[in-house]
Design a protein around this ligand. Structure first.
Ligand code: PEP
Ligand code: MG
Length: 748
């Protein structure tokens, strides 16, 4: 086996190809394959373990181990050496298997006489299919060439699995890729439940022929493909240079470096020499990079591996001629599945989508914002979804729990349908409250406003029964464009927003960019801590041209209507004073130019940093209104990143310390007689909303879907009575009000 040559490898791959081409059952093929591999590698044993379900590997064929063990021996993912290979996506090579940590003895196989063990993953771009193992009676380490050779063989097996070569083996006990039900746990991007069928944003590339007959030809194909790839990337870099965006060009430059990487090309050439086709070689290296990506913690390394993954995808499409359009038809109830998606692309799909599942993404990502505006359930961080899901697969999206059921069992689907029906029923109930006020049984009325940011949100103003838009996030319209919108374009947009609001107030918040909201055409700032960095009003005051342009557009859009302007992320009174001054200058300028003016102007601030609770009284007196941005306020109060799943839920909004801060803000606003609202996500959570109301906040702004549930609860509760419960709990020194409040609500 030591002097195994290229031609051995190619001969073996050709045999595999013949097996694939010949008629025959799946089990026969597997048996034949293990026989040929053992023969070619000169090992006593060759075994193939395939996934029986997402967590269980099953010995599916063997040459050399006891035949009775086939379809009997099973291992959990991570169990034994085979399970370890499957979990990590990396090979295990040892001269003495029993001495390895985690080794599991499987007496039924008779493997104890074969101490030398080499296991490689059978995987396809991040999708784990099984493990290929060879074993020897002589205790020896396998050479690097042997490891490499076996990985090449495993690559062909992965493609054969994908092509369905092993279907129909051993009645139905053998696992079939993409067939078994799978539950994936991700995170909530947007609440709601949806049932439908998978629509892949980027369809998978199918490799019909993993084995190359003529290495010279495959070599030439690879080089041609890489050349085309390099030209495309060079063009991208040139375009970025023309755009004068230095930073963007720098990012692309590293991308180009990869496209020109000698070592990447060399590895693929080596794969071809051993018998793979050009596209299979690309995919083999892509799989290896994906496996490393899953293990890498260093963000820089992860970015680079992402680049490589991206380039591999492009190269695969060039080599196979498979573009994004495969001619497949979108199902009537599409659930979009993607690694990630841009906001503009998501808007293009629009309300046709029943749900969205992303492998990456984040709660504050633009895709999440658009999904929220469109009220489409969204699950993010659903690991492996793009490699597991096939177009047309049945899929359930549970946005409330952040869970996805792919190809669900009937009982799961049934329970899910019940959940959807119940949610629809609740929506009907809320619809009947639409024109009623949110008045508690004590007679206190709370104004319910909605948050918006896109034209797509506006129809909800009517449907939800909101009294106006309490927060219009103007940055969203900047985020979904590929260029800075012009003043006239913006004025037109804002006018349409006001037209649609039909006289209901709309509070326009000036641009809150930076932090997680990075404009595609803005230089990335590369800040160590963007949430506390150059964002929102800080950018506005430093780049006054953009702020002035936006204010002019708002003034021009108002013509004869009242205008509400709110400045975001004010952390110091001087920032508010400066922004206020600029607005007044713009008003004067517009008037001088003879433009029609707003009938009235109200100017306010978002209170999103604890510092402003302690601002000079003058600040409160200067504001026509104030709105608490609870998402940021809470993040800075507890020093817990709102984007970080690990810490996000750690601190409760009903924590007494946080509520004390709210009380202080309420008292200061009362003192200055300035109207106060709350517009963070917590305003849309019924129990939290009720507590804010009991503390004295009279206006809440939330996403449209929350208005029904919040109003439903408020109308059934004595808000003044709840205040007593809160005061008492605080007097008793409790740290959280959640317990006493929910207990009191249950008693009501
Ligand atoms: C907030 O911080 O609570 C808020 C409403 O603003 P955003 O979520 O846009 O930061
Ligand atoms: Mg904020």
């Amino acid at each position: 086996m030591q002097d195994r040559t290229e031609s051995d490898s190619r001969k073996l791959l050709r045999r595999l190809k013949d097996i694939l081409a010949a008629a025959g059952g799946g089990q026969d093929r597997l048996d034949e394959i293990t026989h040929h591999i053992a023969d070619s590698m000169g090992t006593e044993v060759c075994s193939i373990y395939l996934f029986r379900d997402a967590d269980t590997l099953e010995l599916s064929a063997t040459e050399g181990l006891r035949p009775e063990a086939v379809h009997q021996t099973r291992l959990r993912l991570g169990e034994g050496l085979v399970g370890r290979v499957a979990r990590t996506g990396r090979h295990v090579n040892t001269a003495n298997a029993p001495s390895q940590p985690g080794f599991r003895f499987m007496p039924e196989t008779g493997e104890e006489v074969f101490p030398a063990f080499l296991g490689v993953p059978i995987q396809r771009v991040g999708e784990r299919l099984g493990v290929l193992v060879v074993q020897c009676a002589t205790a020896r380490q396998f050479s690097d060439d042997e490891v490499y050779g076996l990985e090449v063989v495993a690559m062909v097996l992965a493609e054969m699995t994908e092509l369905g070569a092993f279907q129909g083996s051993q009645s139905d006990s053998l696992p079939l890729a993409h067939r078994f039900p799978l539950m994936l746990r991700g995170a909530t991007g947007q609440e709601g439940a949806a049932e439908g069928h998978v629509w892949l944003h980027e369809p998978r590339v199918v490799i019909a022929n993993p084995v190359g007959d003529d290495p010279d030809k495959e070599h030439a194909r690879l080089h041609e493909g890489v050349e085309t790839l390099r030209l495309t990337v060079d063009k991208m870099v040139a375009a970025a240079d023309m755009g004068g965006d230095g930073e963007h060009a720098a990012v692309l430059e590293t991308y180009r470096m990869f496209a020109h990487s000698r070592s990447w090309l060399k590895r693929m050439e080596e794969d071809i020499r051993l018998g793979l086709s050009a596209e299979a070689a690309v995919e083999k290296e892509q799989s290896a990079a994906r496996a490393r990506l899953e293990m890498a913690a260093d963000p820089y390394l992860r970015d680079r591996l992402h680049d490589l993954d991206d380039l591999s995808n492009r190269l695969l499409r060039i080599l196979t001629g498979q573009g994004s359009d495969t001619g497949a038809e979108m199902p009537s109830d599409p659930i979009l599945v993607a690694r990630n998606i841009g906001p503009a692309e998501l808007l293009e799909y629009g309300r046709r989508l029943k749900g969205v599942v992303l492998e990456e993404g984040s709660v504050g990502s633009h895709a999440a914002i658009v999904a929220r505006a469109l009220a489409i359930p969204l699950v993010i961080h659903a690991a492996r979804i793009t490699s597991e899901a096939l177009n047309g697969d049945a899929i359930l999206v549970d946005g409330d729990q952040g869970v996805v059921h792919l190809r669900p069992e009937e009982s799961v689907a049934k329970a899910f349908q019940d959940k959807i029906a119940m949610q629809a029923e609740a929506q009907d109930r809320y619809a009947s409250l639409r024109s009623l006020p949110a008045t508690g049984t004590c007679g206190t009325t709370i104004q319910l406003y909605m948050n918006a940011g896109l034209m797509a949100d506006l129809p909800s103003l009517e449907g939800s029964g909101a009294e106006g838009v309490g927060l219009f996030r103007t940055e969203l319209q900047f985020l979904i464009r590929s260029h800075v919108p012009r003043r006239a374009e913006l004025a037109g947009l804002y006018a349409r927003v006001m037209d649609n609001a039909q006289g209901k107030p709309v509070i326009f918040r000036t641009l809150d960019i930076g932090s997680d909201k990075v404009l595609p055409y803005m230089k990335p700032q590369d800040e160590p801590n963007p949430a506390m960095g150059w964002r929102a009003i800080r950018v506005g005051l430093d780049k006054r041209g953009v702020l002035r342009m936006q204010l002019q557009a708002l003034i021009r859009a108002s013509v004869g209507r009242p205008l509400h302007v709110m400045f975001p992320f004010i952390a110091d009174i001087t920032e508010y004073e400066a922004a206020h001054r600029i607005l007044m200058q713009e008003m004067a300028r517009e008037q001088r130019l003879g433009h029609a003016m707003p009938s009235d102007i109200r100017v306010g601030a978002m209170l999103e940093t604890p510092s402003m609770a302690f601002a000079p009284k003058r600040f409160f007196e200067m504001c026509d209104f104030i709105s608490i941005g609870g998402n940021d306020l809470k993040q800075f109060f507890f020093a817990a990143d709102r984007e970080n799943e690990r810490v996000r839920r750690r601190y409760d909004t009903l924590n007494v310390s946080f509520l004390s801060l709210l009380r202080l803000i309420i008292a200061r606003c009362d003192e200055a007689r300035v109207p106060l609202s709350f517009c963070g996500e917590d305003a849309g959570r019924p129990v939290e909303a009720l507590v804010f109301a009991a503390l004295g906040i009279r206006r809440l702004s939330m996403r449209p879907a929350s208005i029904g549930p919040v109003k439903h609860l408020i109308r059934r509760v004595d808000i003044a009575g709840l205040r007593q419960v809160i005061d008492q709990a605080e007097a008793e020194g409790l740290t959280s009000l959640r317990g006493p409040v929910t207990a009191w609500l249950a008693r009501q």
